[in-house]
Design a binder for this molecule. Structure first.
Ligand code: GLU
Length: 511
C-alpha cells in the first residue's frame, strides 16, 4: 500500500443556527481521514456573514462535536499554530488578497448601488454580473481611472469582484465524482470583499485553506458549484501548486428517498435531524436532537459513517477505531444516501446491547434520577442487564421498566380479564408465600419453585406465568419474570402480588 499523505483537514461550518446532521457527517469524514493519516482535524468558524450570525450557534457546534467525540486538534478554544480560527477575527488578513486580485487584473472595484443591482435584476430576471454584463455596470473596468480613484478616496461604498475569464473550461478532479467540468461563461463575477470590508465566504475560505495548509477539502455536494470559483482563486493568487484536493459528499436524502433531507422533515416525521436539541426563538425554529432522543453518540457516528460510505463488506457495526482503519474516500458513493431513522435506532440497539453494564448504568442513572430515584449501583446494573435487549433508545429504560423503581401504575386489564380466575386466588396467594420461602431468592430457585407449584396443582405455564408477569409489571411484555423477581427482591414481590390479586379480582367484577 502506498504510504498515505499526512492530511490537514478542516470542518468549516457557518454559525447560522443549529448544525444539521449532514454537517456532522462532514465533520466525521474529515475527522476519520485526519486520524487515519496521522494528520490534523481543524475546526474553523466561518462567520463572515454577520447578517446570518446566530448567537449560540458556535457553542452548539462545539458541544455537538464534543458530545460525539470529534474533538478538533486545532480550532477556536482548541489551540493550534494557524489561528485565529474564527474568520471574523481574521478580517485584516483578507484585504491584501483582494488587492492582489485587482493588481493582477483578476479583480475589480464595483460601485453599483444595491438599487442599481436590483434594477438590473428587474430588467432581466436572469441577470448575472459576469463577463457579458460587467461592461454595462459601474465599476473600475468601465469608469475612467481618475474617477475610480476619486470614488475610492471619497469613501464611496464598493465591493471587489472576481473577474471570471470568458469562454474557459474549468476542470476539477473531485476525489468522489472524478472529473467535473465547468464552463466559465456560466459563472458570475462573485463578490470577494463586501462593502463593509468583510470578505465573502469564497475569498475567506480559499485564503484560510491556503494559510492553514489544508490538504483536502471534504464538504457537502452543495459546495461543488462554488469550486469552479475556488479553482480560479487558487490560480489567480498563485497558489495552484498547493491547491487542496476536493471531495464533495453525496446528499442526505429524506427517509422516503425523495429529495434532500431538510429541517422540516424532522418536524414532520417526528425524528431528529440535528445532533442536539436547539432552542430557537420560536417553536418553528426549535428542533429535537439525537442526544435528547436518547441516542448513544457512538451509534450516531456509526450510523452517519454509513450514510454515503460503503465499506464493501457485510460489516455494519464499527467502533471509531475500526472506522478509522476502514474508511476511504474511494468507497463513498456519488448518489444520495437515504436517511433511514429505523436504521439509526437499530444501531443504537446494537450499542446498548454490547455496552459494558457499568457504562450503561452510568448513562441510565440520570434518567432514573430525573424521576426521583437513586438506586444502588448493583440494583441499577441488574436493571440494565434485564432491560438492555428490550430497548432501543435510552428513555425506553424508564418507559419500559419504571416498575422496577416504583409501583405498577396501570395493569393491562384486558389481559387480566383473559388470564385471571378469581377461584384460583387462594392458590396464587399460596404461591406468593412459597416464593418467599424458596431456598434463595434467585431466578433459578424461583423458577424451580413455580414449576413445583404448577405440577402440584396441575397448572400449565400459560396459567401461571402471565399472572405473575401482569402482577409484577402490569404488562405482558417485559423481561424474564424470574429475573425480574430476583431484581425486585422478596418484599416487593410479595407486596406486589398480594396487591395485584385484589386489583385483578376487582377487574373481573367490573367486566
Ligand atoms: N462555511 C461553509 C459551510 O457552512 C463551508 C463550506 C466548505 O467546507 O468549504 O458549510
Amino acid at each position: 500500500m502506498p504510504e498515505q499523505q499526512v492530511m490537514r483537514l478542516r470542518f468549516a461550518p457557518s454559525p447560522t443556527g443549529a448544525l444539521h446532521i449532514g454537517g456532522i457527517r462532514t465533520a466525521l469524514y474529515n475527522y476519520l481521514l485526519a486520524r487515519q493519516s496521522g494528520g490534523t482535524f481543524i475546526l474553523r468558524i466561518e462567520d463572515t456573514d454577520q447578517g446570518r450570525y446566530v448567537p449560540g450557534a458556535e457553542a452548539y457546534i462545539v458541544e455537538s462535536l464534543q458530545w460525539l467525540g470529534l474533538v478538533p486538534d486545532e480550532g477556536p478554544g482548541f489551540g493550534g499554530n494557524f489561528g485565529p480560527y474564527r474568520q471574523s477575527e481574521r478580517k485584516p488578513m483578507y484585504r491584501q488578497y483582494a488587492d492582489q486580485l485587482i493588481a493582477a487584473g483578476h479583480g475589480y472595484y464595483a460601485f453599483d448601488t444595491p438599487e442599481a443591482l436590483d434594477a438590473a435584476r428587474q430588467a432581466d430576471p436572469n441577470f448575472k454580473y459576469a463577463a457579458a454584463s460587467r461592461l454595462q455596470m459601474r465599476n473600475s473596468l468601465t469608469l475612467p481611472p481618475d474617477q475610480v480613484e476619486a470614488l475610492l478616496s471619497s469613501g464611496e461604498p464598493y465591493t471587489i469582484r472576481l473577474k471570471v475569464p470568458a469562454g474557459e473550461k474549468i476542470v476539477i478532479q473531485d476525489l468522489i465524482r472524478g472529473e467535473v467540468v465547468f464552463d466559465s461563461d456560466e459563472l458570475d463575477d462573485k463578490v470577494m470583499l463586501k462593502s463593509d470590508g468583510m470578505p465573502t465566504y469564497h475569498l475567506a475560505n480559499i485564503v484560510d485553506d491556503h494559510l492553514m495548509q489544508i490538504t483536502h477539502v471534504i464538504r457537502g455536494e452543495e459546495w461543488l458549484s462554488s469550486t469552479a470559483h475556488h479553482v480560479l482563486l487558487y490560480r489567480f493568487l498563485g497558489w495552484e501548486n498547493t491547491m487542496p484536493s476536493f471531495a464533495h459528499l453525496p446528499l442526505i436524502l429524506k427517509p422516503s428517498g425523495k429529495g434532500k433531507l431538510s429541517k422540516r422533515d424532522g418536524k414532520q416525521l417526528g425524528i431528529p435531524v440535528f445532533p442536539l436539541s436547539w432552542l430557537g426563538e420560536s417553536e418553528e425554529d426549535s428542533f429535537a436532537g439525537f442526544r435528547e432522543f436518547g441516542f448513544e453518540p457512538k451509534a450516531v457516528l456509526n450510523f452517519l459513517a454509513l450514510l454515503g460510505w460503503n465499506p464493501g463488506t457485510e460489516q455494519e457495526v464499527f467502533s471509531i477505531e475500526e472506522l478509522t482503519k476502514a474508511f476511504s474516500l474511494e468507497k463513498i458513493g456519488k448518489s444520495g444516501a437515504r436517511f433511514d431513522f429505523d436504521k439509526a435506532k437499530w444501531f443504537n440497539q446494537q450499542y446498548i446491547q454490547s455496552m459494558p453494564v457499568d457504562a450503561l448504568a452510568a448513562r441510565v442513572r440520570p434518567l432514573i434520577a430525573e424521576k426521583g430515584h437513586q438506586p444502588a449501583d448493583a440494583y441499577l446494573q441488574g436493571f440494565c442487564n434485564l432491560m438492555k435487549d428490550r430497548v432501543t433508545l435510552y428513555p425506553d429504560f424508564w418507559e419500559k421498566g419504571y416498575y422496577c423503581f416504583e409501583p405498577v401504575q396501570s395493569y393491562d386489564l384486558s389481559a387480566v380479564q383473559k388470564k385471571w380466575q378469581p377461584a384460583r386466588k387462594t392458590l396464587f396467594i399460596q404461591l406468593a408465600d412459597r416464593l418467599l420461602g424458596a431456598p434463595a431468592f434467585h431466578a433459578a430457585s424461583l423458577d424451580a419453585e413455580v414449576h413445583a407449584f404448577m405440577s402440584d396443582y396441575q397448572l400449565k405455564p400459560g396459567d401461571v406465568l402471565p399472572i405473575l408477569r401482569l402482577a409484577l409489571a402490569g404488562t405482558m411484555q417485559g423481561p424474564a419474570v424470574f429475573e425480574l423477581m430476583e431484581l425486585l427482591g422478596p418484599e416487593v414481590v410479595k407486596n406486589r402480588l398480594y396487591n395485584a390479586f385484589e386489583v385483578f379480582d376487582a377487574a373481573i367484577v367490573q367486566a
